[in-house]
Design a protein around this ligand. Sequence first.
Ligand code: PMV
Length: 338
Amino acid sequence: MSVEATVEAPANIAFIKYWGAADLERAIPLNPSISMTLRRCVSRTTVRLIDEGRADEVFLVGEAGDLQPCTGSFRSRVVAQLERLRLWSGTRNGFCVATRNSFPAAAGMASSASGFAALTVAVVHALGKPTSAAELSELARLSGSGSASRSVMGGYVEWPTEADPDSCRATQLAPESHWDLRDVVALVQRDPKTVSSLEGHVRAPTSPHFARRQELLSARLDVVREAIRERCLERLGPVLELDAIELHLVAMSSVPAIFYWSPATLRVLERVRRLRQDGLEAWSTMDAGANVHVICTPQSEPQVAAALAATEGVHELVRDGVGAGPKLLTESLLPAAP
Ligand code: PMV
């Protein structure tokens, strides 16, 4: 049997961050979040159905297209998601999965959102099950990577907190054609982070600043929605930078404390502040890591990139922008089935 699908799904960068879970296993967030789906930072995943009862196989695809068996906690998370999707679809087939990221493997960039979005969408296509974007969002969320629920859609996406956790799905606020924003990512960290975002969600409520951030979020979300609607970076920028700094404030004051920043993170933040003093529209945000995403207009992008490339401690730049969401590809990452 050879029924398969290959899907490329993007990462996303949140303007208002998901930080703190009501139910970690099902990734039910304690606060709504809003993100921009990226274009170039993607995971590409092939899923092939294999015989009923056969164990799932999971491979990472190397630079030369070679397949390496995937081990450790990432494999366990993939297999757990395959099991959920088996239950959802009622199939008894096993799955053979091959996956690769477009962004540098050891760059410390979050890949779980794109990875689990690509996996989920590829399984659904391999099974030939028509599924709405809203349902895909919920299925991706069940992987435990909450941000994956936003990566199944393009453009600007909101993932609300619902009274009914079982219908906690993202919705698109605007397609990518609505507003051409850029994200220049300054990579300052080569190694994977030491504390996962999953652990961060657990520790978040132990910070004395957590509850205060929750109180402030409703007004902040209104500004972000409106700024996206009006394509106003002057209004969006200060809020997205503030929210990222507050995520890190909460992380640094959690028990035990989590410090994601490196000295180069601060240097980039400072450089971006100076760019603004020079009249450029550019604003910083960070996920659970040391790397800095600088959100800017297409006009500012060349100057932002030049300034970041010249900043001490920045070892690589990824120049990305708003993207259209997952797409189905014809080219497989698996060798032809016998
Ligand atoms: O989806 P998770 O569990 O990896 O959490 C994402 C956490 C942040 O990237 C820091 C914020 C966000 O909303 O993407």
